[in-house]
Design a binder for this molecule. Structure first.
Ligand code: SAM
Length: 234
C-alpha cells in the first residue's frame, strides 16, 4: 500500500470509486516526510491522545498513530470509509469517527476516547472551516497543544504582532489563549490535488493563564472585534 505517491493515492482512490470534493477542502498530503514532520512538530509522545480533524486517506493518521498513544480522527466524508478501512483499519490505537467536527461534542469525545491521557490536536485542516474549528478547539479547553496545517497567510496572521498590517481580532484571540509558532511551510506541490496556495504548520501551545488579566473576556473580545472593524473603515 502506497499512501504517499501520486500514483499510489490515485490507485487506492480509484479502486474505491472515490471522487475528491473541493467543497470539503480535500487536498490530501502526498509526502511521507511532511506527515512525519507534522507529527514531530506536535511534540507528541505515548502519553498523548491526539484528535485529528479530517483523516482523508489516513496519511497523517498513520504518522500520528506511531507518535501518540491513541488517535481519534473525525472525518465528515463517509465515502472514505472503505479507503480508511484499508489504510488504517488494522491499527488498534486509531479510531475513525464519521461526523462533522463543527457539530461534534468535542469535550465528550475526548473524555471518552482519551481517558487518562494528555490531549492534543494535530490536523491538516480543511481550510474552509479554519476559524470556527480553531475557536471551537480552544474554547472547549481540553487540549494542551494544537498543531495544524493551514493556509500560509492565515498562519502568519495568527502569529502577527501588534502594529503589523495582518494583526487582527483573530490574532488577539489566538494569542490570548495560546502561544502560536510557525513550524515550517509546505509547498502546494506536496498535495493531491494541489491547492492554489502554500500552507504552513503552526503549533499553538495553550496557555495555563492568559497573558493579561481581563474582568470579562466576553466584553474584551467584543471591544477587540469592534476596534478592528473600525480600523477597516479608516
Ligand atoms: N488528513 C488528510 C491529509 O493530510 O491528507 C486530509 C486533509 S484534507 C486537507 C481535509 C479533510 O477534512 C478531508 O478529508 C475532508 O473530507 C475533511 N473534512 C472537511 N470538512 C470536515 C468537517 N466539517 N468535519 C470533519 N472533517 C472534515
Amino acid at each position: 500500500m502506497d499512501l504517499y505517491t501520486l500514483s499510489g493515492i490515485r490507485e487506492i482512490l480509484a479502486r474505491h470509486g472515490f471522487k475528491f470534493s473541493k467543497s470539503l477542502g480535500q487536498n490530501f498530503l502526498a509526502d511521507e516526510n511532511i506527515c512525519v514532520k507534522i507529527a514531530e512538530s506536535a511534540a507528541l509522545d505515548k502519553d498523548f491522545g491526539v484528535l485529528e480533524i479530517g483523516a482523508g486517506i489516513g496519511a497523517l493518521t498513520y504518522s500520528l498513530s506511531r507518535a501518540a498513544a491513541r488517535v481519534c480522527a473525525v472525518e465528515i466524508d463517509r465515502a472514505l470509509t472503505p479507503v480508511l478501512a484499508e489504510t488504517v483499519g488494522d491499527m488498534d490505537n486509531v479510531k475513525i469517527v464519521f461526523a462533522d467536527i463543527l457539530k461534534t461534542d468535542i469535550s465528550a469525545l475526548v473524555e471518552t476516547e482519551f481517558s487518562g491521557l494528555r490531549r492534543a490536536v494535530c490536523a491538516n485542516l480543511p481550510y474552509y472551516i479554519t476559524s470556527p474549528v480553531l475557536a471551537k478547539l480552544i474554547e472547549c479547553n481540553k487540549f494542551e497543544i494544537i498543531t495544524v496545517m493551514l493556509q500560509k497567510e492565515v498562519a502568519e496572521r495568527l502569529c502577527a504582532l501588534p502594529g503589523r498590517p495582518d494583526y487582527g481580532a483573530f490574532s488577539v484571540f489566538i494569542q490570548y489563549y495560546t502561544n502560536p509558532e510557525i513550524q515550517f511551510t509546505v509547498p502546494s506541490s506536496c498535495f493531491v490535488p494541489q491547492p492554489k496556495v502554500d500552507s504552513a504548520v503552526i503549533r499553538m501551545t495553550v496557555r495555563e493563564s492568559p497573558p493579561v488579566n481581563v474582568k470579562s473576556e466576553n466584553l474584551f473580545f467584543k471591544v477587540v472585534r469592534a476596534s478592528f472593524a473600525q480600523r477597516r473603515k479608516l
